[in-house]
Design a protein around this ligand. Structure first.
Ligand SMILES: *Cc1c(COP(=O)(O)O)cnc(C)c1O
Length: 417
């Protein structure tokens, strides 16, 4: 354990449900409801559905309590991208393997990875990155044959977040990179990342087809194939829309397994780097309505705190209305869901959620809303903007979907002013 690591003293209160937490604490600040058993179950479900090695993508949610629960669930390999993430993983699991899968790295971070953290798997998509890595290998008198360098391939897809524009070598370039790495004496692999919340199973197939083409042209032995992340999490559903024709996780992973076989990669070690699909359902946030103004609700969270990912990703979030029991008078029909425009906690005028929350017409100042499935890219993207920084956690036993009162949701359409 590194000397700079100090465990944060955090006595987490435990509740049976999110509703119990809201009514017991009556919080004015957002409260995160962490469900460790859901996290562990979702991690194990992924591992069971994937034939290779599962490397959790730390950037999705790198909180100490998350990494610890994952280590307890048997995750022994982590996809990391920065010294902060190396440190976070080491702090909870001294022997976990780390894969440094960021294709563009600082020279000093490569040195730290190879020398201090003993990382032996890295990725790249350009020859100048090879030069950077080689400099550290030579300076440290390391043996290149003990290091596996994965060439990141360009992909094309339609994920909610498209990452292929930023990273990845075109196929012919990837062939050159593999051959160059092989000549130097490194072990080589191929990797890709199709984007996040991928709703198109064929994106993995197209990427594997491309990897197959590159392998056959390169003619060098491969030490592994890494299919990246992007596996979709289950979110909420807007009852007014047709349920999308979405593969379940076992279906999607079955399809990927078939594609791995079909393209002749099944005899190679395989890696996946799931983030969202493992951690999304493990956290909710209980927010409070600070003011109701007609069809507008002002809440104590927003795009600068926990809710930026779901907005950019156009995700339908499930929500549960938790009316303040001490409110005596209400107007409206409690059975009728209406769309509310939701304004965030900061004074910033862009801090307005672009899509409506459907809530009972009776919602009012002082009520709470528990927003579910925000475990991915929420805590990691919090800012201290305007002095707001939600950081209160409770543990909740009941999975979010298994408690009554799930009729509310944040929908997909954009709202007019
Ligand atoms: C972000 C990222 C992941 C995780 O993506 P999810 O969509 O959360 O599964 C995996 N691999 C790489 C290289 C990434 O950048």
């Amino acid at each position: 354990m590194s000397p700079t690591f100090r465990p944060r003293e955090r006595r987490i209160q435990k509740f049976k449900t999110g509703r119990d937490a809201a009514y017991a604490l009556r919080p004015d600040v957002p409260i995160y409801g962490f469900r460790p058993e859901v996290l562990k179950a979702d991690a194990r479900a992924f591992v069971e559905n994937f034939s290779g090695k599962t490397a959790y993508a730390v950037k999705t949610n790198g909180e100490e309590f998350v990494l610890k629960a994952l280590a307890e669930a048997g995750i022994t390999c982590f996809d990391v991208a920065s010294p902060g993430e190396f440190e976070a993983v080491r702090a909870v699991s001294p022997d976990a393997e780390m894969l440094y899968m960021h294709p563009v790295k600082a020279q000093s971070d490569i040195r730290l990875a190879l020398e201090k953290y003993g990382i032996r798997v890295l990725s790249l998509d350009h020859e100048d990155e090879i030069a950077k890595i080689l400099r550290i290998v030579r300076a440290g008198d390391l043996d290149p044959s003990e290091i596996t360098l994965y060439v990141r391939l360009q992909t094309k897809g339609h994920a909610a977040y498209e990452l292929s524009k930023k990273f990845g070598a075109a196929p012919a370039h990837a062939v050159e990179l593999l051959q160059r790495l092989d000549r130097i004496g490194f072990k080589t692999g191929l990797c890709f990342h199709v984007g996040s919340q991928m709703d198109d199973a064929e994106a993995y197939q197209r990427a594997l087809a491309s990897a197959d083409w590159v392998r056959s042209r390169a003619g060098v032995p491969l030490a592994g194939i890494d299919v990246g992340g992007g596996f979709p999490a289950e979110y909420g559903h807007d009852p007014r829309r047709k349920k999308p024709d979405f593969p379940t996780l076992p279906e999607l992973m079955g399809q990927i397994r078939t594609d791995i076989d079909d393209y002749g990669f099944s005899d190679l070690p395989q890696i996946a780097e799931p983030g969202r699909v493992i951690v999304a359902r493990s956290l909710s946030v209980i927010v409070r309505v600070l003011l109701k103004k007609g069809q507008r609700l002002y809440i104590n969270d927003g795009i600068w705190s926990s809710l930026s990912d779901s907005w950019t990703g156009k995700i339908t979030l499930p929500a549960r209305f938790l009316p303040d029991p001490s409110r005596k008078r209400r107007t409206g029909n409690p059975e009728k869901l209406v769309p509310f425009k939701v304004c965030g906690a900061t004074c910033d005028s862009v801090d307005i959620l672009s899509r409506p929350f459907w809530l009972p017409e009776t919602v009012d100042t002082g009520d709470w809303i528990e927003i579910g499935h925000i475990g991915a890219y929420s805590l990691a993207l919090r800012t201290r903007f305007n002095g707001f920084y939600p950081d209160t956690f409770v543990e909740v036993e009941t999975p979010f979907d298994e408690e009554a009162g799930l009729e509310s949701f944040a929908s997909l359409e954009t709202m007019a002013d």
